[in-house]
Design a binder for this molecule. Structure first.
Ligand SMILES: CC(C)(COP(=O)(O)OP(=O)(O)OC[C@H]1O[C@@H](n2cnc3c(N)ncnc32)[C@H](O)[C@@H]1OP(=O)(O)O)[C@@H](O)C(=O)NCCC(=O)NCCS
Length: 245
């Protein structure tokens, strides 16, 4: 569901910043849209809302990385605030790139540039017993050449007979959900997964069944995967939870 309540930094944010909120099956998700090239005035305003350590980190980044990293932080802070977390906290990255949530929370970030805008989303929940993964992708243009990289034979067979645009949608959903799974499981497996290690059966209600094709790297963890379409964006999320002993 899309919400409209204003984020904490709205006064500082300029008219160039839009925000969205969805209550997803896996947690609260906040989206922040900023210009792909942030002008100096807007940049100063957005930097002023970040934690000093985050501001310091931004100074070390190349220009191309700034807008997405900042938007990701704004989305993360807002998602955490909506869960009741109001401390002044810096969302930094661990040695493998994962965002570090405050204790007692779980958090995942994704961002993409599309034309003149960058959309960043942050998915968060109030638990340290689970791990979340979030991914967004622009639905268009079709990039069918990624299909053989992303899909198992079983997944390709499942899409046979569908129209080209529907086949493309399914390829992208699978790509996005596998990226979300990677982010959710990386804290446990701490290695890159190959796309062929996971096979997904898609359902039109936004669910998907995930089957490990080789060795399940997480035998004692439940994995739940979801997807949704919004304004020609794919939003995919994954949640892992320890099975009871
Ligand atoms: C890390 C990876 C998932 C990032 O995806 P992307 O599409 O390039 O970029 P996104 O915007 O969606 O995600 C970037 C965010 O992911 C998060 N992230 C990066 N590495 C991460 C990791 N190891 N674990 C969890 N989250 C991670 C960060 O928050 C980052 O944003 P930030 O730097 O602003 O904090 C991707 O580059 C990758 O290496 N994938 C590995 C292969 C794979 O996905 N296999 C799936 C097979 S099942």
């Amino acid at each position: 569901m899309e919400g409209i309540s204003a984020p904490a930094f709205q006064e500082e944010a300029s008219a160039q910043v839009s925000f969205y909120e969805w209550q997803l099956a896996h947690g609260i998700c906040v989206g922040i849209e900023v210009p792909a090239e942030i002008g100096p005035d807007c940049l100063d305003k957005l930097l002023s809302v970040l934690h000093p350590t985050e501001r310091h980190a931004v100074e070390t980044f190349p220009e191309w990385k700034k807008s997405s990293w900042i938007a990701g932080r704004l989305a993360a802070h807002e998602a955490l605030r909506r869960l009741g977390f109001n401390d002044n906290y810096a969302v930094l990255n661990d040695s493998r790139g994962a965002p570090l949530p405050p204790s007692g929370y779980t958090l995942s970030i994704s961002h993409k540039k599309r034309g003149p805008v960058t959309l960043a989303v942050a998915l968060a929940d109030r638990s340290s017993a689970i791990s979340l993964g979030m991914d967004i992708e622009a639905l268009w243009p079709m990039r069918m050449n990624i299909a053989h990289l992303v899909c198992t034979e079983r997944e390709i067979l499942a899409s046979m007979g569908l129209s080209q645009s529907r086949r493309w949608r399914d390829v992208l959903l699978r790509f996005s959900m596998k990226e979300a799974v990677y982010k959710a499981v990386d804290p446990f497996v701490r290695r890159t997964l190959d796309f062929s290690e996971l096979s997904l059966d898609l359902y039109e209600d936004g669910r998907a069944d995930a089957t490990w094709t080789v060795l399940n790297p997480l035998p004692n963890l439940f994995l739940d995967v979801r997807w949704m379409l919004w304004n020609d964006w794919v939003l995919a999320s994954a949640r892992t939870e320890k099975a009871p002993e």
